[in-house]
Write a protein that binds this ligand. Structure first.
Ligand code: PLP
Length: 376
């Protein structure tokens, strides 16, 4: 079966792990610090604004506390969002307010967001779908106009920039995921970005029990270094040197990964344009850089599900991301989201990862041709 997503790991990561074993330090240490520094450079920011954590979902949940979202506050999110975003909002007692999206990029636009703003709107939790940057000029203007805090879910946007600025660095807080199915992978891990060093410091404490002082060698308590105080009832959600060692190697490989992903994207575009029932992913404006995390098409003849099943039966695994939150009964949010409904019923994410071989790609096109001849 050709996987829809897949990590790419090599001997470089193994060798880096070996060195961690030899160092006898597996916890949060030098490698985590180095990864934070290098990642900050990669996103053209600074190291006093970034902080690692154990997964991006933790970042979503923690954003509610860090930005002081209170029960009863309204938080807007696109209905096409990752489930962890919905859970984060609901778990803190805030009201989840959904907005519609662009039917083709699947990103929320300023006009979609503005329709659902009320005096109780405290924050916007924005998804850059598959790393495609949202239209940030308009969205930033909206946030300023209505005094709304911005949290960016840039989980898949590890190489995504809008007018030269990394997605994830526009809002009060942003985040990227390095879980097993992302582009830069380390098993589990994430990077958070903050708009001020103060917020970063607050997050640093929150993600380690709210401790005011660190235990062990670093503790400033000269005599009894086992004493401590806390500033909040924080979590324990940190990265460690094992995952950071892998992440450092992966970071070096990003340019190579982007080249391959762009190649796959263009290959699909070239070979799928012959099928009138397939709508190719939208062409993006030249002032954005995407991460090519998804290759999403739209099947305009009502046969998306049949097509996905046919591909799966012939060795090609596909999926649809993300199931709209207004269709999740557990959230109890209803409303009219025609574009999201169109997207959810017709979009399909084809295999996209840097380990796809030419043989894989040829097979995928071959199976699609067969489907076309039999059913379209
Ligand atoms: C858009 C989006 N946000 C957040 C996450 C959560 O990332 P993690 O697995 O690191 O918790 C995911 C994971 O798939 C995601 O796709």
């Amino acid at each position: 079966m050709i996987n829809v997503y897949q990590p790419t790991l090599g001997k470089e990561e193994l060798m880096a792990l070996e060195k961690v074993f030899e160092s006898n330090w597996l916890g949060k240490g030098k490698r985590v610090a180095e990864f934070e520094e290098k990642y900050a450079e990669h996103i053209r920011s600074s190291k006093d604004l970034v902080l690692t954590t154990n997964c991006c979902s933790e970042g979503l949940f923690s954003s509610m506390h860090l930005l002081d979202i209170q029960p009863g506050d309204e938080v807007i999110l696109p209905t096409i969002s990752f489930i962890g975003a919905g859970n984060a909002v609901c778990a803190c007692g805030a009201k989840m307010v959904l907005c519609d999206v662009d039917p083709h990029t699947l990103n929320a636009r300023a006009e979609d967001i503005e329709k659902v703003i009320t005096p109780k709107t405290k924050a916007l939790l924005l998804l850059h779908y598959g790393g495609i940057p949202c239209e940030m000029d308009e969205i930033m203007a909206l946030c300023k106009k209505y005094n709304i805090k911005l949290i960016e879910d840039a989980a898949a946007g590890v190489c995504s920039f809008y007018k030269g600025k990394a997605v994830g660095t526009f809002g009060e807080m942003g985040m990227w995921s390095f879980d097993a199915m992302k582009i830069l992978v380390c098993g589990d891990g994430a990077m958070l970005h903050f708009n001020t060093p103060e917020l970063r410091r607050k997050a640093d404490r929150w993600l380690y029990f709210g401790l005011e002082t660190k235990s062990g060698y670093e503790n400033s308590v000269a005599q009894k270094w086992w004493e401590f105080d806390i500033s909040s009832f924080g979590h324990r959600a940190i990265m460690n040197d094992i995952t950071a060692a892998m992440a450092l190697e992966q970071l070096k490989k990003l340019p190579m990964y982007m080249e391959k992903r762009a190649f796959v994207h263009n290959f699909y575009n070239e070979h799928l344009k012959q099928f009138s029932w397939i709508e190719l992913p939208p062409v993006l404006p030249d002032y954005v850089e995407t991460s090519y995390y998804f290759y999403h098409i739209q099947v305009n003849n009502g046969k998306r599900d049949q097509f996905a099943k046919y591909l799966r039966e012939h060795g090609v695994y596909t999926t649809y991301r993300y199931y709209p939150l207004h269709r999740v009964p557990g959230y109890g949010v209803t409303g009219n989201f025609p574009n999201a409904d169109y997207a959810a019923d017709n979009t399909l994410n084809l295999p996209m990862h840097q380990s796809l071989s030419q043989e894989d790609l040829n097979l995928i096109i071959c199976v699609i041709k067969e489907f076309d001849q039999k059913f379209c």
